[in-house]
Ligand binder design. Structure first.
Ligand SMILES: *[C@@H]1O[C@H](CO)[C@@H](O)[C@H](O)[C@H]1NC(C)=O
Ligand SMILES: *[C@@H]1O[C@H](CO)[C@@H](O)[C@H](O)[C@H]1NC(C)=O
Ligand SMILES: *[C@@H]1O[C@H](CO)[C@@H](O)[C@H](O)[C@H]1NC(C)=O
Ligand SMILES: *[C@@H]1O[C@H](CO)[C@@H](O)[C@H](O)[C@H]1NC(C)=O
Ligand SMILES: *[C@@H]1O[C@H](CO)[C@@H](O)[C@H](O)[C@H]1NC(C)=O
Ligand SMILES: *[C@@H]1O[C@H](CO)[C@@H](O)[C@H](O)[C@H]1NC(C)=O
Ligand SMILES: *[C@@H]1O[C@H](CO)[C@@H](O)[C@H](O)[C@H]1NC(C)=O
Length: 348
């Protein structure tokens, strides 16, 4: 009898726990602390509830409509651009690009991936590009969006490629901004580093280490005080109330991009309209820091990889290289970046 009673109690408790994990709903108050991340986003945050891998998780995103429909810079139905962040940025890091697109009549959607920024940070999760693409599509499905432009930067660029391979019928255009994964690092000799060791490196992140990394890869060894905003934003996640889960998730994400190459699949994008934007001085390569010097030397040559990738995709890919810029042209030289982006969008 006692056993049966206990069992019944546990059942009730576990059902209650599942029901309690309902994601925050509007009203549209501007959230500052979700996902253990104290930072105010400029637009209301919405949450997609996901039933995924025996968990109920909340994925945060911003979905912003243009204010003035008469100022559209294109003909035809309302266009939507979804922007996918990279590993050291959040959805909000697209804010300047979002403002420009909104002013041209585009609706913009900026998700934070599971494990990042204002989204849930699970204690354990099988991170795959496919899973993240599926999670992201679930948001679009809930909004009844069936056709859109997908733009991704860095890891978000790698994810946007996977998204386009999985759901080509949804993708009106694919925009890759210094995507990672243009080469298969492990095939080029990057040794395996355990998730546990990557986790320790993640846990030790601080202003100095993040800035040193971004200065050397994103900004061609230069530093503008304006870049500090995004370092300090990231520190708020590394130092937030979910810091430990975040560091572990980030280690899983690093393992994901190393073990799940896209480099062999670019020819499968041949029928999609795509734009590849690359900073010629970008030298990003995951695992470079723990590789021997002879391997380091052959990794991350975006000035070569960019053109090779565009050629692998074929003539439906427009290639734009900014020879003097690094891994984040949208931050380093927004005017040139937005000029190239809008120019391409107008003709596609
Ligand atoms: C909307 O855009 C049109 C065309 O650019 C402009 O003439 C009009 O003043 C704008 N309206 C508002 C309320 O900003
Ligand atoms: C984007 O957000 C950053 C950080 O809050 C801010 O410094 C910058 O002015 C914003 N840019 C635009 C165009 O709103
Ligand atoms: C999506 O479409 C369904 C079915 O037509 C409708 O019930 C729902 O309200 C729509 N949702 C949104 C966000 O437009
Ligand atoms: C920042 O991190 C680096 C590398 O993990 C470490 O060497 C350095 O001592 C740390 N600096 C501070 C101020 O904590
Ligand atoms: C991290 O958080 C602690 C306590 O909340 C605070 O004292 C410290 O200054 C924060 N460090 C950074 C780098 O934000
Ligand atoms: C592109 O479309 C053509 C014509 O429909 C088809 O023959 C070809 O297999 C497609 N290529 C890819 C990579 O999907
Ligand atoms: C470019 O894409 C179109 C479909 O969007 C396809 O018909 C055409 O074959 C593609 N071109 C090449 C060279 O693959």
């Amino acid at each position: 009898m006692v056993k049966a009673y206990l069992f019944a109690c546990l059942m009730v408790a576990s059902i209650a726990a599942v029901q309690a994990t309902v994601c925050p709903q509007g009203p549209e108050s501007v959230d500052t602390t979700s996902g253990g991340f104290v930072y105010t986003y400029p637009w209301p945050i919405k949450y997609q509830q996901l039933s995924t891998q025996h968990q109920t998780l909340c994925q945060a995103y911003m979905d912003v409509e243009p204010v003035n429909c008469s100022s559209r810079s294109y003909d035809g139905p309302q266009r939507t651009v979804m922007m996918l962040h990279g590993k050291n940025f959040c959805g909000v890091t697209w804010n300047a690009t979002a403002e420009i697109l909104l002013s041209q009549g585009y609706r913009v959607i900026m998700p934070d991936q599971i494990g990042f920024c204002k989204s849930d940070k699970p204690d354990a999760y099988q991170f795959s590009l496919q899973q993240l693409a599926l999670n992201t599509k679930t948001i679009l499905d809930s909004l009844n969006i069936t056709s859109l432009y997908v733009m991704g930067h860095s890891m978000g660029g790698m994810l946007s490629v996977r998204f386009a391979l999985m759901y080509p019928e949804m993708v009106q255009g694919l925009i890759m901004v210094d995507p990672i994964g243009l080469e298969d690092w492990k095939a080029k000799g990057v040794p395996y580093l355990s998730i546990d060791k990557i986790y320790l490196q993640e846990r030790a992140s601080n202003y100095t280490s993040i800035r040193a990394y971004e200065q050397a890869t994103y900004y061609v060894n230069s530093w503008d005080p304006a870049y500090d905003v995004w370092v300090n934003m990231l520190l708020q996640v590394y130092n937030g109330s979910l810091a430990d889960s975040y560091a572990f998730d980030q280690a899983l994400v690093t393992d994901m991009v190393i073990t799940q190459p896209i480099a062999y699949e670019f020819p499968l994008l041949a029928n999609l309209s795509s734009l590849l934007i690359v900073g010629g001085k970008d030298n990003t390569a995951i695992g470079k820091q723990w590789s021997p010097p002879n391997v380091q030397a052959i990794l991350g040559h975006y000035d070569v990889l960019g053109g090779q990738t565009a050629q692998a995709i074929g003539p439906n890919c427009t290639y734009v290289e900014f020879p003097d810029l690094g891994h984040a042209p949208q931050i380093q030289d927004p005017d040139r970046f937005h000029g190239a982006l809008l120019g391409w969008l107008e003709s596609h």
